[in-house]
Each structure stands twice: as structure tokens, then as C-alpha cells.
Design a protein around this ligand. Structure first.
Ligand code: PA5
Length: 443
């Protein structure tokens, strides 16, 4: 991958950038020496290079067994327990996966509490052979727990206790949490989420690797890409490294008051990669009333919706564009003798070439409109490149968090809604707040 920062230069203050740059090696040291906040959650740093061959083989074996007997595979999890897998799977599968005969089709549950979503899913699963992974590090999260209870009962009704159990994989803590206890009692195949890897940093553990392998994607290539980026960061914890450049520039832009970063892609298959990135950065940095707000768009689609705001709205934005150099397939615009649609001026060109010109034109237009653009140029969308990108963004996230002086590895703010929801649902231990919350809601 290459980083192009030329479209940020007019917006940056040299002295400010130099000041942040001067701290980069120390910031890496904080990560590598585990001396910063949240240092018990740095397991992801060495994870790619230390991935156990036996674990990979075991995951591949389990995935092969599940693939054989499943038309559909349900990934039950929320936040970091499903976004990484979905980012990689949607980036690499056919855009129209539900309509082509690629089995199993990967679907998701436990990432919302929509009754209608679950009913629709159950109706589909009534007619399909399926299996599932239930993924929760804590093993106590409400959304996946509800979905899993429903789906577990559905599997038992469909296949009987024993076969249902063989179609369930639990990925959770090695000892703690309700899911672990349930898995022990029922005898499910289980994989462990390492203690020192937080949910949003866990895509390269079984949390992401098992569903990705079930989707038929080469998990070794994914890990290989991450290993390469890990090695680069360790060998070059300096400004030569694109990870450092990205972390420094986004922090410098933030210091200049640009508090919103928009992840831009020109490939709809990367929509969930942006969703994964949004969680990684939003949950890691949004603390103590600080942090860049992460947003995302897909161009050129959203140039016809959000494009107006980005070009002309409040100037507190910068963009990070994932630019893909090579499409997987070739399709050229045909020539037509009558040229009624007036497209002959681009006849013979590949669609990707037109897309690329749209990208470059937009970068310049947005720069002219006062929106700095960081470009991350990748050769292709492949498992190996995605592995590199995953580690790239994880390390940059840790560095950025320390530059911001927050703990990038906790998420205390997520508890607020849970406490209120539990009180409103009358959960044991939360009754003290129930009356006051009901009063505020007029209930
Ligand atoms: O990054 C995180 O820690 C969170 O987003 C979690 O992944 C999410 O809340 C799900 O938690 P759990 O895996 O414990 O169910």
C-alpha cells in the first residue's frame, strides 16, 4: 500500500506536524513496551506473527465441516464480535452472494434487537440447512444472547439436540461468562478469545477467522498480510512508515479543528470495511469529550447525496480515501454508432478507469472546497491486502489514541445505555433506577 498525503499539505501547519512527528517513536515505544493506558489489551500487537499453525489448521477443519452441511451460516455477534468478519467477507465475496450459487451464504444476527429481522431470518432458516457461530468475548452481551437463544431453540427443533450441538461453534472467553458455561454444558466446539485482545481488535483471532474461513476465504493470506504490516511497524517505528504518517496527519488535522474523518471508498464491497473502521476508531477515541468522529461514504453513489455537504458544508471535515488500483474483472464501455447517450467519448475505456478519474476529480474538488484528502492506495482487494490494512488501521488507532491522551482500549461510555435498558427491563440489580427512568419517560 502507498499513502498519498499531497492533498493534505495545503491545510497543515509545518511546525505542528513536526511537533507531532517528533513524538512518533516514543508513541510506538508506549505500544511495544506496554507502558500506556490499557496496556493489558495489547495482545493484537504480536498476534499475526504469533498465530499458531495448529489453531489455523483447526479453524480450517471446523470451517470445512460446517461448509459441507450448511446452505447458510449465521454469525451471531455484535460490535467487534462481527464487524471484522463481515468487513472481510463482504469485501471478498460476490456482490450478489445471495443470488449466486456460492454456499454457504453468510448472514448475521445478534447485532440488533429487531423482532422483524429475526422472524424473517427464522423463516429463511426453516427452509435451509444451516449452522452458526455465536461470538461474544464477555459471553454476556444482551443482543447476541437473545438471538442465540432463539436460534439455538430453532436448531434443536429442526435437527434434535445432538445434531444441533454439532452445528454450533461458540467463540468466547476461556473461562468467564454465561456463553462459556452454556457451551461447556452443551458440549459445543469452542474457540477462545484471548484475554488481552479487545473485541474491536479481534478480527485476526477465531472471532474473525472462523466465519471468514467458513465463507471460503484464505485466512492464511489474511494473516500473512497482517504479519507483513506488523513486521514493518516493528522494523520502522518512524515517519518512514505509512502507519505513522496516517496517524500523525490525522492528529494534525484534528488539532486544526477538523473533527470529522470520512472514510471514502469507491468500491461497494468495502462498505463494511468502513463500518469496521468506524467502530475501531469511534469506540477507541471518543472519550473525555475528545476524538475525531468517524463517518463513511461510498462514492460515486454518495456524491449524489452527501457530496454536496462535503463540497460545501461546514468545514470541519477531512477524508481518507481507500483507492483500489486494480479491479478483479475487466469490463469496457462499448461503442455505439448512433451515440444517442453521448458516451462514445469514453467508449473502449474500462469502468474502473472512469471510476478512478471520478476519484481523482473528486479529491481535487474537495481539496479546492477546503476538505483535506488522505489517499491510501492499495493494489487490489484481496485477503492479503485486507490483512495489511487491518493491522495498519489497528496500529494507527493505538498511536492516535495515545496522541489524543485517551485509553484506546476501553469503552466505558457503552455501559450507559445498557444500565438504563436493564433498569427499564427490570433486570435484577438495576431496580433502583427503574422508577426515575420511567418518570423521565412519562411511563
Ligand atoms: O470492541 C468492543 O469491545 C465491543 O465492541 C465488543 O466487541 C462488543 O460490545 C461485543 O462484546 P462481546 O464480544 O463481549 O459480546
Amino acid at each position: 500500500m502507498k499513502l498519498d498525503l499531497s492533498h493534505t499539505k495545503p491545510f497543515l501547519d509545518d511546525a505542528l506536524v513536526r511537533n507531532i512527528e517528533s513524538r512518533i517513536s516514543d508513541t510506538y515505544k508506549t505500544v511495544f513496551d506496554k507502558t500506556g493506558a490499557g496496556n493489558d489489551f495489547l495482545g493484537w500487537v504480536n498476534l499475526p506473527s504469533e498465530t499458531d499453525e495448529n489453531l489455523l489448521a483447526d479453524i480450517e477443519q471446523t470451517a470445512a465441516t460446517l461448509r459441507k452441511k450448511s446452505d447458510v451460516f449465521v454469525v451471531v455477534g455484535i460490535g467487534g464480535s462481527y464487524l471484522g468478519a463481515r468487513a472481510v467477507i463482504e469485501a471478498l465475496q460476490n456482490h450478489f452472494a445471495p443470488l449466486v450459487d456460492e454456499k454457504p451464504l453468510i448472514v448475521y444476527a445478534g447485532h440488533n434487537m429487531s423482532e422483524d429481522y429475526l422472524v424473517d431470518l427464522l423463516q429463511v432458516l426453516d427452509k435451509k440447512d444451516y449452522s452458526l457461530a455465536v461470538i461474544s468475548k464477555s459471553g454476556t452481551t444482551t443482543e447476541p444472547a437473545i438471538a442465540f437463544r432463539i436460534l439455538k431453540n430453532h436448531l434443536i427443533n429442526k435437527y434434535g439436540e445432538q445434531e444441533a450441538a454439532s452445528r454450533i461453534v461458540a467463540i468466547t472467553d476461556k473461562a468467564k461468562g454465561a456463553l462459556k458455561q452454556l457451551a461447556n454444558v452443551k458440549g459445543y466446539k469452542t474457540y477462545i478469545v484471548p484475554d488481552d485482545v479487545g473485541g474491536r481488535f479481534s478480527v485476526l483471532t477465531p472471532v474473525g477467522l472462523l466465519p471468514i474461513a467458513v465463507a471460503g476465504i484464505d485466512i492464511r493470506a489474511l494473516v500473512k498480510g497482517a504479519v507483513e504490516m506488523e513486521r514493518l511497524c516493528k522494523k520502522q517505528p518512524t515517519m518512514e512508515n505509512p502507519v505513522s504518517q496516517y496517524a500523525v496527519v490525522r492528529h494534525a488535522l484534528y488539532e486544526k479543528g477538523l473533527t470529522n474523518e470520512i472514510m471514502v471508498n469507491y468500491e461497494p464491497r468495502l462498505v463494511f470495511f468502513s463500518e469496521w473502521w468506524k467502530q475501531l476508531y469511534g469506540e477507541s477515541h471518543g472519550k473525555q469529550h475528545k476524538g475525531i468522529f468517524p463517518a463513511s461514504v461510498t462514492f460515486s453513489t454518495d456524491l449524489h447525496s452527501m457530496g454536496q455537504y462535503i463540497q460545501d458544508g461546514l468545514r470541519n471535515l477531512f477524508e481518507t480515501v481507500i483507492s483500489v488500483e486494480n479491479a478483479d474483472h475487466e469490463l469496457r464501455i462499448p461503442t455505439e454508432a448512433d451515440d444517442l447517450d453521448q458516451l462514445n467519448y469514453i467508449a473502449g475505456k474500462r469502468i474502473s478507469e472512469v471510476n478512478h478519474k471520478a476519484e481523482l476529480g473528486t479529491v481535487l474538488a474537495h481539496e479546492d472546497g477546503g476538505v483535506p484528502n488522505i489517499r491510501i492506495v492499495i493494489p487490489e482487494v484481496s485477503a492479503q491486502v485486507l490483512g495489511e490494512l487491518i493491522y495498519f488501521f489497528e496500529m494507527a488507532c493505538a498511536l492516535s489514541g495515545y496522541m489524543l491522551e485517551v485509553n484506546p482500549f476501553d469503552q466505558p461510555g457503552v455501559e450507559a445505555y445498557k444500565k438504563n435498558m436493564f433498569a427499564l427491563l427490570g433486570k435484577k440489580g438495576f431496580e433502583a433506577q427503574t422508577a426515575e427512568l420511567n418518570r423521565r419517560l412519562g411511563l
